[in-house]
Design a protein around this ligand. Structure first.
Ligand SMILES: Nc1ncnc2c1ncn2[C@@H]1O[C@H](COP(=O)(O)OP(=O)(O)OP(=O)(O)O)[C@@H](O)[C@H]1O
Length: 381
């Protein structure tokens, strides 16, 4: 029995034939009752549907009428990816799909989520007396990192990370909308199929805008199979995550204050446009310096300088793990640097072996240097 059969199984006989068609939807012969609309994307409507055993699912109906061949390939690629990631807990589960050629509709049956992060943030930031909430921000930041780490482990770059693409499912965030994601083909680069529908640039990385493989008017670059290609990698997702974190802290993504869309895009790529990291977040709440360090590191235009998601999740990110009291979390790299320094000092022929008094001062001196690093960069090591 397939996962879907198990999930939709009823105790009695199927009533498929007896139900009225207009109230119900058949997907590969299985009957669902269409309930309310739960979301809308650039190319789709998403509904809550009920199986015959009263279990709820989400049904994404993609209108294909105006789709060109490249967009079709994108949808097919999304289904392939969701199938590949079916066992990944942090990715919304795909149960079934059906292409209705006659009606030009692609129906994708998925696990149903509660609400997307965009809605959660909108409620939080547009309420009366909105305030930056460090505890909530840390919770969602860690949830987002777990989601992205799960797909990066499969060498997949999402490439369209924004709050609306994180869905809260029973208190946990999961990723949706893999429309322009694809599998990495070489270590740091990925071929991403961009369809003609491109949304807000607020979360786009500089390299995804500057991408030399992106189509330009009159000279469209295409892959062998005719689809448009662009080359971006995992660091691009880290930039987008940084933009979402920035929004949670300061109430808007880093460049959203620039009203003109073209100027905004130019600012993202222009290294002379400095991103501000004020001391106070939404509602005048002080922003921890370690959090500013995390933001600064994610929002570096040099993609090679950005941390990986794994590093952001690791103990060396002191903003994510603040409860270590007076102690500091230590990375292996930093410990190696400290040992090197001590060895170097011992080898210095002019100064000789350090005296017991000098050695006694080492712990306090190293700790104060490490704390300085945390305040400056938000990380240890
Ligand atoms: N499985 C789901 N459960 C509940 N709501 C969902 C689900 N999938 C999508 N949604 C809602 O529908 C919205 C649109 O979905 P999705 O982003 O997949 O559509 P899209 O057409 O690919 O969008 P985009 O224009 O961003 O590419 C989401 O932001 C979310 O609010």
């Amino acid at each position: 029995m397939s996962v879907l059969d198990a999930a939709t199984k009823t105790a009695g006989a199927s009533t498929t034939k007896s139900k009225k068609r207009r109230q119900h939807i058949l997907i590969n012969g299985k009957l669902f009752t269409q309930m309310n609309k739960v979301g809308k994307g650039g190319s789709s409507d998403v509904y809550c549907v009920m199986a015959e055993n009263y279990k709820l699912f989400a049904l994404k109906k993609v209108k294909l009428e105006d789709c060109d061949e490249s967009a079709m390939r994108g949808f097919k690629g999304e289904i392939d990816l969701l199938t590949k990631l079916a066992d990944v807990e942090r990715v919304i589960r795909l149960f079934d799909w059906e292409l209705d050629n006659e009606k030009q509709v692609l129906s994708v049956l998925m696990e149903k989520g509660d609400q997307d992060l965009n809605r959660i943030l909108t409620i939080q930031l547009n309420g009366t007396d909105p305030k930056f909430d460090p505890v909530l921000t840390r919770f969602y930041w860690k949830e987002m990192l777990e989601c992205v780490q799960a797909v990066h482990d499969y060498d997949i770059v999402h490439s369209d990370l924004k709050p609306a693409n994180f869905l809260s499912v029973q208190g946990k965030l999961k990723l949706i909308d893999f429309g322009i994601a694809n599998a990495i083909d070489i270590a740091h680069t990925v071929n991403v199929h961009r369809d003609s529908h491109i949304g807000t640039p607020n979360y786009m990385s500089p390299e995804s805008i500057l991408d030399t493989n992106a189509p330009t008017p009159g000279s469209e670059r295409t892959s062998n199979n005719g689809s448009r290609l662009m080359k971006i990698g995992k660091p691009s997702d880290v930039w987008s995550l940084g933009c979402i974190l920035y929004q949670m802290v300061y109430g808007r993504p880093p460049f959203a204050h620039i009203a003109n869309q073209i100027s905004r895009i130019m600012a993202i790529t222009n290294s002379k446009v400095v991103i501000e990291f004020p001391d106070k977040g939404v509602g005048g709440v002080t922003v921890p310096s370690a959090l500013k360090g995390t933001l600064r590191r994610c929002l570096q235009r040099d993609l090679h300088a950005r941390p990986t998601v794994k590093q952001l999740l690791s103990l060396s990110d002191s903003w994510l793990y603040p409860d270590v009291g007076n102690a500091v979390a230590m990375s292996e790299d930093l410990l190696a640097q400290i040992i090197d320094k001590v060895v170097e000092r011992c080898k210095d022929p002019k100064r000789g072996i350090p005296s017991p008094d000098e050695v006694k001062q080492y712990p306090a001196s190293f700790m104060s240097k490490i704390r300085e690093m945390v305040e400056r960069d938000g990380v240890v090591g």
